[in-house]
Design a binder for this molecule. Structure first.
Ligand code: PHE
Length: 295
């Protein structure tokens, strides 16, 4: 049980990657090695020390409420007792990335799929696919926040609708996920803070997203976000900033069907571009930007 079973390859929002068996799996907790637990502890400690100055308080509160630093890889069953009581969400074990429809169905039913396997010690800083550390440490703490929890479920339902409309609609919706759930920033009294899972699970991008002068930081605007390409293999060139989770939930409440129709006729914005209509918190210096194919 140490290597996940790859069933096929598929073009996804993370590029051409293996897609795994679609069923859920019992977390094989007894099969984790000493090294697996040490990888968790190392990554946990590193991020927990760094993030008070970078992540939003809602995220940090979630990390501590779950006791993610109690030592070793957490047991899904223990997390689910806390999570179920708080917001009715549940963590389910999976082999890895899921086909879109399967992923959306989980979210729409308040189940968050978490890859059961963890990266190797030589992959602490980067790996191409989401593993247990990214999925659990990055995504699950905010599921304790009632507004964010409802947003995630609404996203799942919206995903099923977008999937039925077609690939262009799906791409627009995926961009929203990318720039909020994975790479979102939020305004706080202490300054800009991270809530995106793809950032908080990466030491390098946690620091870059807040401290670097290179990327743009732009106020969240639903249609702008849904029309903006993104980078899958470098740090983001633009981060979108929400005022609070209510703003995100309220902005995404309306039916997206007319938005999909409108965007279908137009040209997407490049990942690093700034528009005259943007509310710019920080115009990036673009240092280190590489041009190339974006999603
Ligand atoms: N309101 C969106 C729709 O009609 C659904 C959605 C909600 C999508 C929240 C994303 C986030 O498709």
């Amino acid at each position: 049980m140490d290597t996940p079973r790859r069933v096929e390859h598929q073009q996804t929002d993370r590029g051409y990657v293996p897609v795994y068996a679609t069923g859920t799996v019992e977390q094989p907790w007894a099969s984790y090695s000493k090294v697996d637990h040490e990888v968790w502890d190392t990554l946990y400690r590193r991020q927990r020390e760094l993030l008070p100055a970078y992540a939003c308080q809602e995220f940090l509160d979630g990390v501590d409420r779950f006791g993610l630093g109690d030592g070793g890889i957490p047991r899904f069953d223990d997390l689910n007792k806390v999570l179920g009581k708080a917001t009715g969400w549940e963590v389910v074990g999976v082999e890895g990335l899921l086909p879109d429809e399967v992923f959306f169905d989980h979210l729409a039913n308040r189940r968050f799929p978490v890859s059961w396997w963890i990266r190797k010690p030589d992959q602490l800083d980067y790996l191409a696919e989401p593993d247990l550390f990214h999925d659990l440490f990055g995504h699950v703490p905010l599921l304790l926040n009632p507004v964010f929890a409802d947003y995630m479920q609404a996203y799942g339902k919206g995903g099923m609708k977008a999937h039925a409309i077609g690939p262009d609609a799906l791409m627009n919706l995926t961009r929203l996920y990318w720039y909020t759930v994975e790479f979102g920033l939020i305004r706080t009294d202490a300054g800009l803070r991270i809530y995106g899972a793809g950032i908080v699970s990466s030491k390098g991008e946690s620091i870059y997203s807040i401290d670097s002068p290179a990327p743009n930081r732009i106020g969240f605007d639903l249609e702008r976000v849904m029309n903006t390409r993104y980078k899958i293999d470098t740090y983001q060139q633009t981060y979108f900033v929400i005022d609070d989770f209510e703003q995100l939930f309220d902005a995404t409440r309306p039916d997206f069907t007319p938005i999909y129709a409108r965007l279908a006729g137009g040209t997407p914005v490049a990942a690093g571009d700034v528009l005259a209509t943007d509310k710019v918190y920080q115009r990036g210096t673009r240092e280190g930007f590489v041009s190339g194919a974006d999603n």
